[in-house]
Write a protein that binds this ligand. Structure first.
Ligand SMILES: NC(=O)c1ccc[n+]([C@@H]2O[C@H](COP(=O)([O-])OP(=O)(O)OC[C@H]3O[C@@H](n4cnc5c(N)ncnc54)[C@H](O)[C@@H]3O)[C@@H](O)[C@H]2O)c1
Length: 312
């Protein structure tokens, strides 16, 4: 039985990869879907309307309901136009899945200002702008009716951001920020009846084909198939998930992991300002047996020029 009949969903970056799987399963579950995609290259360059339209055609030919949107989600006007299109076309808004993303990997000492700005913009602002508009809409509906709006938001983080992968400072900073955005937004929007969660997906897409390249033997379960991510994301959008909010999950293959972050490990305290000499004597108490620097993985052998793996 369809779980999301009558619901209206927006999925950003839904023309291909992981987002396409979300859009397909939402439509299969009865939601009307706005398939957003700028249609650019993996690094964010270029634009092409065809991929989003192809995804819409596929949903419609399978009996679902969808329209395409080609806006850049990180553009203030574009991200708002996207949400307005859902409301105007389908008469409401229930689900926003922020998934659009790009990569511009580089060690920090080589990263350009443009590479930093592009990744921060698409991920952080590209999550903020559509949610800003959706949150305004939901708050207004709640004030009008006095009822919870039963909204759902799923953000897209990354294990690179959660666990600090070197060589992608721009991407890690953005994805780590998105993990925290889920918690902040969950607190802000709870009073209106909106849940907000984030996932860190694992899948073979054009962003990771060099990392997760090899396909399984024909007939075996393909744990890196991007469509494996959608069931958990779509489940988070169902009635059954009404009380799951402000959480981060790693999702891929047949695995769903609940992850959580910062905690206070230890403390030294006094009721006066510390002197440097006192800190010389006491700082070791903070660490006990713990390492005082992050554990480094051994550096992998350098790949041939031009074939560097991309690893979100
Ligand atoms: N593939 C993985 O293993 C993996 C791991 C961790 C995180 N992620 C994240 O998952 C999300 C989806 O990645 P994917 O692997 O499916 O990549 P993908 O390149 O196949 O899909 C991303 C889509 O986003 C679109 N897009 C990019 N910038 C946009 C913008 N400004 N406005 C609208 N659309 C835009 C692209 O055109 C593309 O179709 C990304 O946020 C990515 O960072 C992926």
């Amino acid at each position: 039985m369809a779980r999301l009949s009558g619901k209206v969903a927006v999925v950003t970056g839904a023309a291909r990869g992981i987002g396409r799987g979300h859009a397909m399963l939402l439509a299969e579950q009865g939601a009307s879907v706005v398939v957003n995609d700028l249609g650019g290259e993996w690094d964010g360059s270029g634009a092409d309307q065809r991929p989003a339209q192809l995804a819409v055609d596929e949903i419609v030919s399978a009996g679902g309901t969808a329209v395409a949107n080609y806006d850049d989600v990180s553009d203030w006007e574009g991200g708002q136009r996207l949400i307005n299109q859902a409301i105007e076309t389908f008469g409401g808004l229930d689900i926003v899945i922020c998934n659009a993303g790009i990569l511009r990997d580089r060690m920090t000492f080589n990263m350009t200002e443009e590479e930093w700005d592009a990744v921060i913009r698409v991920h952080l602002k590209g999550h903020f702008v559509p949610i800003r508009r959706a949150a305004t809409y939901w708050r207004e509906r709640n004030k009008e009716t006095g009822e919870p709006v039963n909204g759902r938001v799923v953000l897209t983080s990354s294990e690179s951001g959660l666990f600090a992968n070197p060589g992608q400072l721009n991407y890690d900073a953005a994805k780590s920020g998105i993990a925290t955005m889920a918690i902040v937004l969950a607190k802000e929007l709870a009073r209106y009846g909106v849940t907000v969660n984030a996932i860190a997906p694992r899948a073979r897409t054009r962003l990771t084909e060099n990392t997760f390249g090899s396909r399984p033997v024909e007939g075996d379960f393909d744990a890196r198939d991007p469509d494996n991510v959608a069931p958990w994301v779509v489940w988070l959008c169902t009635e059954e998930a009404a009380h799951v909010t402000g959480q981060n999950f790693v999702v891929g293959g047949g695995t769903v992991q609940l992850v959580s972050g910062w905690r206070v490990d230890s403390a030294i305290e006094k009721d006066q300002r510390w002197t440097l000499d006192e800190l010389d004597d006491r700082w070791r108490e903070l660490f006990g047996d713990r390492p005082t620097a992050p554990v480094q993985r051994p550096a992998p052998p350098r790949p041939p020029a031009g074939t560097e793996p991309r690893s979100p």
